[in-house]
Design a protein around this ligand. Structure first.
Ligand code: CA
Length: 500
């Protein structure tokens, strides 16, 4: 594909009640995947190919099977009791919302061993670590040190806003949490200045931006507010949702970067939507109630876009033209389907389709033993939707992804350039410039299911000649008059502007 980084979902020993986000040992690899030495070999092989490796780091909570928690349950006399958050009064922190509201009714759970309640922002089998305890804060830095020492390049840090709790608040984004991240960053600056911390902070821009600090907290953060609006703009056939969220997102420090994405391993979260926007998204993208989960939609990219190649290409092209590092979820590069009849988020976490052999080439084991069934739905069957068949086809989605990754990497204007919108009268068209050090790219997208014409007032680029970056064709020179473009349904142009 031409990618330059792999982000691994949690690979630690775990009872797997939450697909590894319930860690029982931070210093080892789940033996079903291999040994620690295998992991080091993976990092080394990736580095040989100029690919960096990030891992997930779950900082807010552990599994209830972690030996810290097993010890902590013994009561106040245990040295590990204080590793977790306990109370005798479950009305404490009552302003904190319940996140997994489809499964949990409270953030407190009763421990029958020590006859106290413990705090959990997510599943009740995931007790929150107590960040008020200096031993916990030091332990997490020791864990980071351990993995960076063996060559890991970065962490995607899970569920960051929930580290600290404080009475009278919603227990999210507290100043203490920011203070601790600054401490971690200081540790990196002193010991691992070339490693990266990428934040999972599913919050509105005003609460998300502070996680960059003054360039002294996270290096990167996922752009959660942008993601659902890409889907919204497409369905509404209107550039408003994308233009508004980007215009309303403050700029970030120079040494920071967004990670931008269409889909990931979780539900398409609608937490950063208004009630009206959420209703609209459910109505348009989750007609079957089985598709809804918590406050989102548990679907992969291709099924969300009706398996319409034009829409898939369009959203990917928008993504790759926007500022930030694009992140692709495994399987979405070949348009894999999902299975909404699997519980929780398992339907978007099924085995990768490598080829049309047994278990889609993912495993030689007895199919009944797989952690989740491969996709056999007629439209998305692994017999046809797989890497091998797409490598053999010049027009596959995989080849398209490879092409657009190549275009993206051909110029640093996409990663680092400034973005400025053009506001055509035709609101079905999304248009912006990307500019860096004299390099200029004009990006034009038709969000509509019908052919469209658009007149662009871009006379300040008078004299420039647009070159279409997918095929290299030359377009008419830009002049004083409005620049006219016609676009097919869901069509797009990425135009490099050349002076001569
Ligand atoms: Ca917490």
């Amino acid at each position: 594909l031409g990618i330059d980084c792999i982000w691994l979902l949690p690979m630690y020993p775990s009872p797997m009640k939450d697909d590894g986000y319930d860690i029982m040992d931070y210093y080892d690899v789940n033996h079903e995947y291999g040994s620690l030495n295998d992991f080091i070999e993976l990092i080394n092989q990736a580095h040989k190919r100029n690919i960096k490796v990030f891992a997930d780091l779950v900082v807010n909570h552990t599994s209830d099977q972690h030996h810290w928690f097993k010890e902590a349950k013994k009561g106040k006399s245990s040295p590990f009791h204080n590793y977790y958050v306990w109370t005798d009064d479950p009305s404490k922190y009552s302003q904190a919302r319940v996140i997994f509201k489809d499964t949990e009714t409270s953030n407190w759970a009763w421990c029958n061993d020590c006859k106290r309640y413990y705090w959990h922002r997510f599943f009740s089998h995931q007790p929150d670590l107590n960040y008020e305890n200096p031993a916990v804060r030091e332990e997490m830095i020791r864990i980071i040190d351990f993995w960076f020492k063996i060559g890991l390049d970065g962490f995607r840090v899970d569920a960051v806003p929930y580290l600290f709790e404080k009475e009278g608040t919603n227990c999210e984004n507290l100043p203490e949490t920011h203070q601790y991240i600054k401490e971690v960053r200081k540790f990196l600056a002193q010991n691992y200045p070339d490693r990266v911390l990428l934040a999972e902070v599913n919050q509105w821009p005003e609460d998300l931006i502070p996680y960059f600090g003054n360039g002294d907290e996270f290096h990167m953060a996922f752009n959660f507010p942008l993601m659902p609006r890409l889907f919204m703009a497409l369905k509404k056939e209107h550039h408003g949702p994308i233009v508004d969220i980007i215009n309303n997102t403050p700029s970030i420090p120079n040494n920071c970067q967004w990670a931008i994405f269409l889909r990931n391993h979780d539900e398409l979260t609608l937490e950063m939507c208004t009630d009206e926007e959420r209703d609209y998204m459910y109505q348009e993208y989750a007609q079957d109630p089985q598709m809804k989960l918590n406050m989102g939609i548990r679907r992969r990219l291709a099924p969300l876009l009706d398996n319409d190649r034009r829409k898939i290409e369009l959203l990917y092209t928008i993504l790759f033209c926007l500022p930030g590092a694009p992140v692709i979820y495994y399987g979405d590069e070949i348009g894999m389907g999902d299975n909404i009849y699997q519980g929780d988020r398992n339907g978007v976490r099924t085995p990768m389709h490598w080829n049309d052999n047994r278990n889609a080439g993912f495993s030689t084991s007895n199919p009944s033993k797989l952690y989740a069934p491969v996709i056999t739905d007629p439209e998305y069957n692994y017999n046809s939707i797989n890497v091998e068949s797409q490598l053999n086809s010049h027009h596959s989605l995989l080849k398209f992804l490879k092409k657009i990754i190549g275009i993206r990497k051909s110029s640093n204007v996409f990663a680092e350039g400034a973005l400025s919108f053009v506001y055509p009268e035709n609101k079905k068209i999304l248009t912006f410039f990307r500019e860096l050090d004299g390099k200029k790219v004009l990006c034009v997208f038709n969000l509509a299911s019908t052919s469209q014409a658009v007149e662009l007032d871009i006379r300040n680029f008078n004299g420039y000649i647009p070159i279409e970056m997918f095929g290299g064709a030359t377009f008419p020179k830009i002049g004083e008059l409005p620049y006219l473009l016609t676009l097919s349904p869901y069509g797009y142009y990425v135009l490099l502007l050349e002076k001569n």
